[in-house]
Design a binder for this molecule. Structure first.
Ligand code: ASP
Length: 405
């Protein structure tokens, strides 16, 4: 038998997307959008249910594992804290940029017509209530109802608890790290269904809303890419120049190979070896880079944070919801923390989007709108993710150098 060359998942997803749009247009032309809703959409719902089911174990375990991995930070002292501060601040900037641009462009996003997408916001807007609601009074209920901010708080407490418990915490740490790994494998299996999931999700959306929705999707993609570029040019250029003493032109030129690799693989982890090589050529110290980059590929995802901000506004707009200031702040907080829990592999940012949406009471079903084009978002956000890690390694190297002389 001839061995057939396996098509990459990305290609399969794009084929699923193309066929889904085509099928949606055919249902529309036949005037049978209801068929797409009755017979195709349920399979898309199964795919979304699977994403929803895996998001809680992933967030819980990978945030705990992320905190435990910061234990090493104490060992590496000043490098560790500088790195974490740079990562958190730039990620918060990234979500802000995403939210600002998405709000500027939201006039170009379309409010959907379909009735079953209508959604009641059952969110309290009182800041004090929001604050109180972040803290769980019980451990099971937040996990069962996927109340994400509470799940994050539980994860942070357990993570720090494990570190503080020292040796006594080791067995639990092992179990959790293993559970995190297993959850990732399950996530990988679910993501393998993406081509079919994407087909089943986009078909009813196009059948019900017509080709106009494609224009909306193009707009949200464009918005995300503008934000990616702004973040890279403003935040990375200025910090690399001011704190790392490297010209932005030299930085981006040196980073080009890793950026191209990130774009085509959509995986920060997969880009790690090349990224290491690039930053070393740019003058980062090997010992600094070999701590900062792997940590970044695990906990620092600025591109993903931008994508989550932009998509949250897009999905809210599609459902005719105006986000309040308190909800926007919640998005900044959750997306920043979500970046700790996002794995550096293709598609994991979309799983984390479920968490961000849940944290502000937006319908997770909204993911159906953007899932079809997730890969296109993913390629860009991974480029930003790894560029942020690289910028940090150059800056921290420079700062450490100054200290020694
Ligand atoms: N693919 C991204 C990365 O590897 C993560 C994401 O899906 O946002 O950095």
């Amino acid at each position: 038998m001839n061995e057939k060359k396996k098509m990459s998942l990305a290609v399969q997803i794009f084929i699923g997307l193309g066929l889904g749009i085509l099928a949606g247009l055919i249902f529309l032309a036949m005037g049978r959008a209801d068929w797409a809703v009755s017979y195709v959409k349920p399979f898309g719902t199964i795919f979304l249910n699977l994403i929803k089911f895996i998001v809680v174990p992933i967030v819980l375990c990978s945030i705990i594992a992320g905190v435990i991995s910061m234990q090493d930070i104490r060992k590496v002292g000043s490098i560790g804290w500088k790195t974490v501060v740079y990562y958190m601040m730039t990620t918060a900037c990234a979500v802000l940029i995403g939210l600002v641009f998405a709000n500027l462009f939201k006039g170009m996003f379309q409010v959907l017509q379909t009735t079953d997408l209508s959604y009641e916001v059952s969110q309290s807007t009182n800041f004090m209530d929001t604050l109180v609601n972040i803290f769980p009074s019980n451990i099971i209920q937040p996990l069962a109802s996927a109340t994400m901010l509470q799940v994050i708080v539980i994860a942070l407490f357990f993570g720090f608890g494990i570190i503080l418990a020292g040796e006594k915490g080791d067995p639990l740490a092992k179990v959790i790290i293993s559970l995190a790994d297993v959850s990732m494998v399950i996530m990988d299996l679910i993501l393998k269904l993406s081509p079919i999931g994407v087909f089943c999700l986009i078909t009813p959306v196009v059948a019900e809303n017509g080709p106009k929705i494609l224009g909306s999707l193009a707009m949200v993609l464009l918005t995300a890419y503008i934000c990616y570029a702004v973040h890279a040019i403003v935040v990375y250029s200025s910090t690399v120049k001011a704190l790392g003493g490297l010209s932005p032109a030299a930085f981006f030129k040196g980073m080009a190979p890793a950026m191209i690799m990130a774009f085509s693989s959509a995986s920060s982890v997969g880009t790690l070896p090349l990224n290491l090589e690039c930053v070393e050529k740019l003058g980062a110290k090997k010992d600094v880079a070999s701590f900062v980059l792997p940590l970044g590929a695990t906990i620092n995802m600025d591109g993903t944070a931008i994508y989550q901000g932009v998509c949250a506004v897009f999905i809210a707009t599609c459902y005719g919801i105006d986000l309040t200031m308190a909800q926007m702040l919640t998005i900044v907080l959750t997306a920043t923390l979500a970046s700790i829990g996002t794995a550096g592999v293709p598609g994991s940012g979309m799983i984390m989007l479920a968490m961000v949406l849940q944290s502000v009471g937006l319908p997770v079903e909204g993911i159906a709108l953007v899932a079809g084009v997730d890969r296109i978002f993913d390629m860009g956000r991974t480029v930003v993710n790894i560029t942020g890690d690289a910028a940090c390694s150059i800056i921290v190297s420079k700062m450490e150098e100054k200290k020694t002389y």
